[in-house]
Ligand binder design. Structure first.
Ligand code: CA
Length: 242
């Protein structure tokens, strides 16, 4: 069932083949079940400064840097971007509300999926728009022995966050692989858009409230309704890749 999507990807990118050697994992909503906390923290922080924002909008804008998310809201309400001071105030509030939320847990079945990927000797990268230092630090606590600080691209390293292709292009450069040698695993439409613009094969895992077709429309090559579903079909998919 996956071969048609792989053929389509090779043809569109005019690639010689598709032979994955590395997997680029998004963090929030893929590795951590943290999006509910992010979404409610955004809603509360923006409400505090009198700006309307819903959790659904937070999911639609997931993957942007904090600064870009605040600009989206300001543009809609005031027709201009936020100033640095306004951004600082709102982002501090958002961080405060986020940290008051329950500590995010691992997404169900993602550790098991990572272990399969490790056993296949595929390289593992993290590509995230997050600048939440506590979450990045806690990768090692939650996934001991899986991640390597040299194989990460975070909000600190990119000028333009998702949906711009920069985060995934940066990861591709760091990895040293070709576009047809990596797979992106993402849960957010803007993350999929970023991966697609970077010319990469993307797997959408729909772990939030958005309709799966939004991920497909953003360019996802495959969409699964949960990380568990992807975990269950991983071997079948990999057999077709090789
Ligand atoms: Ca995400």
């Amino acid at each position: 069932m996956f071969s048609a999507e792989i053929e389509k990807f090779i043809k569109k990118g005019k690639y010689p083949t598709f032979r994955p050697k590395a997997i680029f994992f998004d963090m929030d909503g893929v590795l951590f079940d943290s999006m509910k906390s992010h979404a409610s923290a955004w809603v509360e922080a923006l409400r505090k400064v009198g700006l309307p924002f819903t959790e659904y909008e937070a999911y639609l804008n997931e993957g942007r840097t904090g600064s870009s998310t605040i600009d989206v809201v300001f543009s809609k309400v005031y027709g201009r971007n936020a100033t640095d001071n306004e951004k600082q105030t709102i982002y501090q509030l958002k961080t405060k509300f986020f940290e008051a939320c329950q500590k995010p847990k691992r997404m169900p079945y993602v550790f098991e999926l990572l272990k399969k990927v490790q056993a296949q000797k595929l390289e593992i990268f993290v590509v995230t728009g997050s600048g939440q230092s506590n979450l990045i630090d806690s990768l090692e606590t939650h996934f001991p022995g899986v991640f390597n600080k040299d194989k990460m691209v975070t909000a600190y390293e990119v000028k333009q966050g998702k949906p711009h292709p920069e985060p995934y292009l940066k990861a591709l450069k760091k990895s040293g692989f070709e576009a047809w040698e990596v797979i992106v695993i993402e849960n957010a439409p803007l993350g999929i858009e970023s991966a697609t613009k970077a010319g990469l094969f993307s797997i959408g895992v729909n772990t939030g409230p958005l309709e799966s077709k939004i991920l497909t429309n953003s360019g996802a090559n495959l969409v699964f309704n949960s990380v568990k579903k992807l975990y269950e079909q991983w071997e079948e998919f990999c057999n077709i890749c090789n």
